[in-house]
Write a protein that binds this ligand. Structure first.
Ligand code: NAD
Length: 482
């Protein structure tokens, strides 16, 4: 199939990225018009193909990701990229028939005695732009929703994962025709051209700053967007929390992929009288999980020198402004872009560390005296992508859940709400708009088309002019009962 796709496609080297994008998109749109509403069997076939692609290519894709990072354990890629994507495929396959079923709904009197349905229909061609941090999952998991919903898709991976992008392009060509699924590679200029193409829907995962640009570009075409963005996700340690249980989970979520995770806890709020105990527990947990950083393949490198220097800059500025930097483990190695994890206490509010998403193994610790104060701190900032709360006090838990708004929440752990296909995933405000995963992803990439079927009789026909006795009687009834 791949060879055929190549022969049909443009010689991508010879033409501009805009021309390539326009050409593939127009071929996908034309193909969509030949089968506007693929049936269950075809959609399942496409999901099966995607699963076969992952099975056939997983080692090569994982090796490419490790090459792009400099060092990333195949375990991390398997656990955080491959397993959740395969789970998403299986979940979609299992529920697809039910998701595709038209929904019957009730009617107002104007629709009586008719019947009404909501049909879930493919939108057409979906564009998907992914970041570098979990390049496989964040590209293919939206694709699961797109294919389940009967769409065709074009994929734009990040320029920071060139080896992965190349491998993904080859894998997709082997399993799909270019008018079903196609990969477009290139730098930010290509990404900008991609986001300006008239897709029927665009799913963007990346930073809030680039998300703004993508939303503006898509608006020119009135292309609807799902924005999966980032931000500063808080963790709150409650007075009732058992630190021995809470802190290892918090440290795991923070240090997974060296903090380069959209839902990583960005900072932690700790009751003032427990800060010392928290620091000790954090050191113990980090040492337990990463006994030494020297040659430790489990600890991920920072993706690029620019990001490595950015993170060091955050620490240096905070320290210069009077913060204390507490090394959880020794072992920073600039050559391998290994940044040893640190806690930061006493960081000033105006510093970049406290303003910007950290996206690395640095955890500011913020003491609080009352829960109200902790909630006010969270609520005075942009709405976060995730919020974590650790404790056993049910009343406090309720106050946190009801008194904050965030993309999602895990209680007494980190990250894991993202891995549940039965839960929708997406941010709110600056952390994103729209949601996907499971049925939410299917719905986001479908048009829910309302259909009213009117039988021979019609209640509204009683109100056709000329208005007489029946009309005035009906108006009286309507005035009373609406
Ligand atoms: P980024 O915003 O720099 O890049 C994301 C993608 O946008 C890349 O593929 C890039 O090529 C593309 N891009 C760059 N310039 C563009 C432009 N002008 N128009 C269109 N596309 C453009 O983000 P990143 O550094 O790759 O990833 C880190 C960010 O992503 C963090 O903020 C993180 O929180 C966020 N993120 C969010 C989620 C989520 O699910 N909500 C998941 C992972 C990462």
């Amino acid at each position: 199939m791949g060879g055929q796709a190549k022969a049909e496609g443009l010689d991508r080297q010879a033409v501009s990225p805009e021309a390539v994008i326009a050409s593939v998109l127009s071929r996908q749109k034309a193909a969509y018009l030949t089968d506007i509403n693929p049936d269950l069997a075809l959609r399942r076939d496409r999901l099966d193909l995607l699963e076969r692609l992952i099975l056939a290519w997983q080692e090569r894709l994982a090796a490419a990701i490790s090459e792009d990072f400099g060092n990333r354990s195949a375990v991390v890629t398997t656990l955080a990229d491959i397993v959740p994507t395969r789970a998403a495929i299986r979940h979609a396959r299992r529920h697809l028939k039910g998701w595709m079923r038209p929904r019957r709904v009730g009617l107002a009197w104007t629709g009586q005695p008719g019947s009404a349905l909501i049909l879930r229909q493919p939108l057409g061609v979906v564009g998907i732009i992914a970041p570098w941090n979990y390049p496989l999952n964040l590209m293919l998991s939206p694709l699961v929703g797109a294919l389940a919903a009967g769409n065709r898709a074009m994929l734009k991976p990040s320029e920071l994962t060139p080896a992965f992008s190349e491998a993904l392009d080859a894998a997709v060509r082997e399993f799909f025709t270019e008018d079903e699924v196609a990969v477009v590679t290139g730098g930010p200029d290509v990404a900008a051209a991609f986001s300006a193409a008239p897709f029927d829907h665009l799913v963007f995962t990346g930073s809030t700053a680039v998300g703004r640009r993508v939303a503006a570009a898509a608006a020119q075409n009135l292309t609807p967007v799902t924005l999966e963005l980032g931000g500063k996700s808080p963790a709150i340690i409650d007075a009732s929390a058992d630190l021995n249980r809470a802190v290892p989970r918090l440290i795991w979520g923070k240090l997974l992929n060296s903090g380069q995770t959209c839902v990583a806890p960005d900072y932690v709020l700790v009751p003032r009288d427990r800060v010392e105990a928290f620091v000790a527990a954090a050191k113990a947990a980090a040492q337990q999980q990463y006994p030494s950083l020297a040659g430790n393949g489990d600890y991920t490198s920072i993706i690029s020198s620019r990001h490595f220097e950015r993170l060091r800059g955050l620490i240096d500025e905070a320290r210069a402004e009077g913060a204390a930097v507490i090394e959880l483990l020794p072992g920073t190695d600039a050559g391998r872009r290994i940044l040893a994890p640190v806690l930061v206490t006493g960081a000033k509010e105006g510093t970049a560390l406290m303003r910007e998403e950290i996206f690395g193994p640095i955890l500011p610790v913020i003491p609080y005296d009352t829960l109200d104060e902790a909630l006010a701190y969270v609520n005075s900032r942009d709405r976060p992508l995730a919020l974590y709360w650790f404790g056993t006090d049910k009343a406090a838990e309720r106050r946190v859940l009801n008194g904050t708004i965030s993309g999602g929440v895990t209680i007494n752990d980190t990250i894991l709400h993202l891995a549940q296909d039965s839960l929708p995933f997406g941010g709110v405000g600056a952390s994103g708009s729209g949601q996907y995963h499971g049925e939410a992803g299917f719905v986001a990439l479908s048009k829910e088309k309302p259909v009213l079927r009117q039988p021979r009789l019609s209640a509204v026909a009683l109100l056709y002019p000329p208005y007489g006795r029946v009309a005035s009687m009906l108006l009286k009834v309507l005035a009373r009962f609406g």
